[in-house]
Design a protein around this ligand. Structure first.
Ligand SMILES: [Zn+2]
Length: 496
C-alpha cells in the first residue's frame, strides 16, 4: 500500500467435498481471477491438479488485496498441500509473482518496497519474477531467487536447483545516461540560472518564444544536481517500482526528469486510481525535476493540484480502499511562451496578441504556483554568433562539482536547524540570522519602498542571493549577489 509493505500469509486447505476453489480475504477482481491463472499454470506445468475442495485464505483479512502478485504464493501452497512439493520450512520465505496460463512467472509492480518490508519483518528468502531481478539488487541481506516459471520453484525445493540469474551483481544509478550541459551553445544567462537553482533547490520559470531551447535546458538540470545518495536512490526506485516503471531492464534510475504533457489530468499529475492508488508524475519526479512545458495551456485545476506537494514534499490520496502517501519532493521548472502566439520577443516583433490576451494568458500560471517560483528568466533565441560557435559549452560534471561544494557550504550552515536548502530558509530566519550585507539590505529596502518588490519577493531575493553567495564561497550575500538575485526575477515582467 503506497511504499509500505505488509506481509500476507497464504493458507491452503485441500479437503474432501465437491471440487471447488474458494478465495477468502478481500480479494479484488484481478486477484479473484487468480483462481483461473493458478489452475492453468499448475496443469500446464505438468503437475496434477487436486480435484478436491480447495480453500485459499489470505490474511490478515481486513487488508484489501489487489493485483496478481499473490499467484506464485497461492500455486506454491497448493502444490505443497497436495504433496507435490515438499519443503522443511517456508516460514521465512516470501513468494511474489503473477502466473501466466503456461506456468510462466511474470513481473509485477512494487517488488522493491515489498522486499524491503519483508526483510524488516524477518524474512530471509524471497522468490521473485526474474524480470524484477534488477530492482531487487538494491536490497541487501536477503537471499533472492529470481524465477521464470513455477517449475523452477518446484525444482528448487525438490532437487535443490537454483535458477541462474543473468542480472548484474549490483544495481547502481547511472549518471552517464543524463543529457549533458555541454550540448547547449550560448544561453549563458539561462545556464547560470539553472546552476543557481540547482544549488538552492529553487523552482524556476523559463519564459521565451518557441524554439529557444527551454526544454533542452530543463532536461539537463538533473545532470548538474548532486548524485543521489543510496537512501534517495532506494526511494526513487521504490516509487518507480510501485508505478510499474522498472520492468524495462534498461531503466536505470538517476535523478528523474518527468515532463507531463499539458493535457495531463490531476490524478495523473499527483496520483490516484480506484483499486490501486498509483503514484503520479509529481511522485515519479521525487528527488528530480518536474518540467511543465507550455504551462498556461495546462488546466488550472491540474496546476493547482501541485500545491500540496510543493508545500509538503508529499502527496496524500484518500480512496475507499484507504489513505496512501507518496513522497513528491521535486525541483519544479515551468516553461511558458511570452504570449499566446509565442512570437513576443525582443521588441515584440511579429506578435499579434493584444495586451489583454497576453495578460490573461500569463495569469493562468500566476497565483499560488508563482508564489513558489524563486527564479524567473527570459530565454532568448541563440544569437547568430552562438550558432556559429564550434566549441562545446561547459560540461555537466564541472558544473555539478561547483553545485556540490556550494550545497556542502549551505548544509554546514544549516546544521541542526531543520532544513537543508537555501530555498527552504523560513521567512523568520531571513529577517534575523540570514540577512545579507548592510549595503545589500539597503538596496532591498529601497526596492521595497519603491514598490518594485513585495514582502514575499524580498524573501525570494534573499534565498537566491544565499545560493549565489554559496557558489562564490563567501560568508554573507554581498550587494553584487543581491543585484544578481534581483535580476533573476525582474527580467520577466509577468505582472506577478
Ligand atoms: Zn503574441
Amino acid at each position: 500500500m503506497g511504499l509500505e509493505g505488509h506481509l500476507i500469509t497464504i493458507e491452503v486447505d485441500v479437503g474432501d467435498g465437491v471440487p471447488t476453489f474458494t478465495l477468502l480475504g478481500l480479494p479484488d477482481a484481478a486477484l479473484s481471477e487468480s483462481r483461473e491463472r493458478v489452475k492453468s499454470a499448475i496443469v500446464n506445468s505438468n503437475f496434477e491438479w487436486p480435484h478436491r475442495k480447495i480453500t485459499v485464505a489470505l490474511s490478515p483479512a481486513y487488508l484489501p488485496k489487489s493485483g496478481s502478485s499473490f499467484d506464485l504464493a497461492i500455486a506454491t501452497a497448493i502444490l505443497m498441500s497436495h504433496g507435490l512439493l515438499t519443503a522443511d520450512s517456508m516460514t521465512q520465505t516470501i513468494f511474489i509473482g503473477e502466473l501466466g496460463l503456461d506456468g510462466e512467472v511474470r513481473p509485477v509492480r512494487g517488488v522493491l518496497p515489498a522486499l524491503l518490508a519483508a526483510r524488516a519483518k524477518g524474512i530471509t528468502r524471497a522468490f521473485i519474477p526474474a524480470a524484477n531481478a534488477m530492482e531487487s539488487r538494491l536490497v541487501e541481506n536477503l537471499e533472492i531467487i529470481s524465477v521464470d516459471s513455477l517449475t523452477q520453484v518446484h525444482d528448487f525445493y525438490t532437487d535443490g536447483v537454483v535458477p541462474e540469474s543473468e542480472m548484474p551483481a549490483r544495481f547502481t544509478p547511472d549518471i552517464s545516461l543524463l543529457l549533458d550541459m555541454e550540448d547547449l551553445v550560448g544561453q549563458e544567462g539561462a545556464r547560470r540560472a539553472l546552476e543557481i537553482a540547482a544549488v538552492g533547490g529553487h523552482h524556476l520559470l523559463l519564459m521565451g518564444p518557441p524554439g529557444t531551447g527551454k526544454t533542452m535546458l530543463a532536461q539537463r538540470l538533473p545532470s548538474i544536481l548532486p548524485a543521489l545518495t543510496s537512501a534517495e536512490a532506494l526511494e526513487v526506485t521504490a516509487i518507480h517500482s510501485v508505478a510499474g516503471k522498472l520492468i524495462d531492464p534498461a531503466a536505470a534510475i538517476a535523478r528523474p526528469f518527468v515532463a507531463p504533457h499539458h493535457s495531463m489530468t490531476a490524478p495523473a499529475m499527483v496520483g490516484g486510481g480506484v483499486h490501486f492508488i498509483r503514484p503520479g508524475a509529481a511522485s515519479l519526479a521525487h528527488h528530480g525535476v518536474l518540467f511543465i512545458d507550455e504551462a498556461p495551456e495546462m488546466s488550472p485545476g491540474v496546476l493547482d493540484a501541485l500545491r500540496q506537494p510543493l508545500e509538503s514534499g508529499e502527496v496524500t490520496i484518500t480512496r475507499s480502499i484507504g489513505t496512501i502517501t507518496y513522497p513528491a519532493s521535486f525541483l519544479l521548472v515551468i516553461a511558458a511562451n511570452p504570449c499566446p502566439c509565442g512570437n513576443f520577443a525582443g521588441k515584440g516583433r511579429g506578435c499579434t496578441c493584444s495586451a489583454l490576451q497576453v495578460r490573461r494568458y500569463l495569469q493562468k500560471i500566476s497565483g499560488p504556483l508563482m508564489d513558489r517560483i524563486d527564479i524567473r528568466v527570459f530565454v532568448d533565441p541563440p544569437s547568430r554568433v552562438d550558432m556559429l560557435q564550434t566549441a562545446l559549452g561547459e560540461d555537466s560534471a564541472t558544473i555539478r562539482a561547483r553545485v556540490e561544494s556550494a550545497r556542502a557550504r549551505s548544509l554546514a550552515r544549516f546544521h541542526g536547524l531543520g532544513w537543508s536548502l537555501n530555498s527552504e530558509i523560513p521567512a523568520k530566519a531571513l529577517r534575523k540570522e540570514f540577512r545579507a550585507e548592510r549595503s545589500a539590505m539597503n538596496l532591498i529596502h529601497d526596492e521595497l519602498e519603491r514598490g518594485l518588490l513585495s514582502a514575499r519577493g524580498v524573501h525570494k531575493v534573499l534565498r537566491v542571493a544565499w545560493s549565489i553567495c554559496d557558489l562564490q564561497g563567501a560568508a554573507l550575500p554581498s550587494l553584487e549577489n543581491v543585484e544578481e538575485a534581483l535580476s533573476l526575477r525582474s527580467s520577466v515582467k509577468v505582472g506577478i
